[in-house]
Write a protein that binds this ligand. Sequence first.
Ligand SMILES: [Zn+2]
Length: 158
Amino acid sequence: MPAETRFIADVMLGKLATWLRLLGCDVEYFPKIPDDDLVERASRSGRVILTRDTELIRRREARGNHFFVRGNDYRDQLRQVAEHFSIVPSGRILTRCLRCNETLEAIDRSAVRDRVPPYVFETQPDFRTCSRCGRVYWRGTHHDKALAEVREIFRLQE
Ligand SMILES: [Zn+2]
């Protein structure tokens, strides 16, 4: 099985980056990175550049190493990337921190007692956390809403 494709998104694709992370994809995103640095970082770290920038893709270093995203609607963009790179939309939902791109790790319930609202602690059996920012994730309302939107974007059955 080929290694999973890792990405770096250009400054115009912040929302797409977040949604790809939500699907479990490894996507670096820096809101203010200069094109030079982006291209350099991509080739150094073996990441495919996701871009809306027609100038950027003319650069020699980016030529064979980018996917040009069409349109401004993140849902369209997400479908394009998923289709092109054979990403299974519902396969790994919420396994990665939306903020840092870090893979989430299971964490013991007792360790999150003081870090989540009491109601959440009482009603949720499983928690995961990001080792970089410490944010705690659980299968609550946000998870369900995100899942519902992913189903709608990809027209998946319930
Ligand atoms: Zn994080």
